[in-house]
Design a protein around this ligand. Structure first.
Ligand code: GRF
Length: 204
């Protein structure tokens, strides 16, 4: 099964997935790493692993969201991915693009969804004096950060935490749960139907 990973930045989640593939823990192939940001470190990680890369710069492209996504789809189509993994891809995708890949595209979001959709999730959890926080992997649907949740990991929040420490604690869990979900999908154990996620035909 062919996996395309979309990144905008550091790519630590990408790295975790690369490592799992290299170690044979995910029985698939990363066919492409694509970034909308020139110089994203995730691209370098891909190159170091011998994976094909593409850049489709979104900044100053002059394209509307819909036009950009048409170009994105053209690039992706060349690689015929079975799964699209959004790993810190900091763009909202158009309705048509999301519909086209529904059930084949997953995202990782640093909160316990449905809590804290959108940005600054760690800061918001701290400001609200939450005692726990976490990360969610979900199928991508037209509603931002609103698709069916596949897997979550919780972490505690301690009184002395700041955003950096909390983000690190959450990221450690990201690097565990994202490869696991990718593995399930590649093993054809994970599906989406009627807006719900199923693992081994059981509703999640
Ligand atoms: C992660 O925190 C992820 O939850 C969010 O973007 C960040 C990407 O980090 N969607 P990295 O680029 O994988 O290091």
């Amino acid at each position: 099964m062919k996996i395309a990973v979309l990144v905008s930045g550091n790519g630590s989640n990408l790295q975790s997935i690369i490592d799992h593939v290299t170690q044979g823990k995910i029985p698939g192939e990363i066919c492409l790493v694509l970034s909308n940001v020139v110089g994203a470190y995730g691209l370098e990680r891909a190159q170091q692993a011998g994976i094909a890369t593409e850049i489709l710069a979104s900044k100053d492209s002059g394209l509307s969201r819909e036009e950009y996504d048409i170009e994105l789809d053209k690039v992706l189509a060349k690689y015929e991915p079975d799964l699209i993994v959004l790993a810190g891809f900091m763009r909202i995708l158009s309705y048509a693009f999301v519909k086209q890949y529904e059930g084949k595209m997953i995202n990782i979001h640093p909160s316990l969804l449905p809590k804290y959709k959108g940005l600054h999730t760690h800061q918001r959890a701290l400001e609200n004096k939450d005692t726990e926080h976490g990360v969610s992997v979900h199928f991508v649907t037209a509603e931002l950060d609103g698709g069916p949740v596949i897997l979550q990991a919780k972490v505690p929040i301690f009184a002395e935490d700041d955003e950096t420490i909390l983000a690190e604690r959450v990221q450690q869990q990201e690097h565990v749960i994202y490869p696991l979900v990718v593995k399930w999908f590649v093993e054809k154990r994970l599906t989406m139907s009627d807006g719900a996620a199923f693992l081994d035909n059981a509703l999640l």
